[in-house]
Design a protein around this ligand. Structure first.
Ligand SMILES: [Zn+2]
Ligand SMILES: [Zn+2]
Length: 109
């Protein structure tokens, strides 16, 4: 929690490009977030695409791509990654995310 040092209002966390700032919704004053441990309480919603993987699409560029048909838009390329979903002794699940429409699905194989 941070309060505006100009007008005293509660400041909210706002994301601008890659950085987050505190922003006063009343007077518009911004402040840098110095504490790395600050909790961003604004919920990050992905439209109901089935699986929510991550909040920011920029991050997905780090994932490798593979040739696979998207079940939603039939695009032939998707990002993929492995994720441990349940017990540690089970094999990790393979996930895909369409490079075109952003639809994400898991491999049942
Ligand atoms: Zn203010
Ligand atoms: Zn697609």
């Amino acid at each position: 929690m941070k309060f505006c040092d100009k007008c005293g209002n509660l400041m909210l966390v706002e994301k601008r490009r890659k950085h987050s700032f505190f922003v006063c919704r009343k007077c518009g004053r911004t402040a840098k977030i110095k504490d790395e441990k600050v909790t961003i309480t604004e919920a990050i919603h992905e439209p109901r695409r089935g699986i929510v993987i991550m909040g920011r699409d920029e991050g997905i560029a780090e994932f490798p791509k593979t040739k696979i048909i998207c079940p939603k838009c039939e695009n032939a390329e998707a990002y993929w990654w492995m994720q441990q979903t349940r017990a540690a002794d089970e094999p990790p699940t393979l996930f895909y995310k369409c490079t075109r429409c952003g639809y994400a699905w898991r491999s049942y194989g």
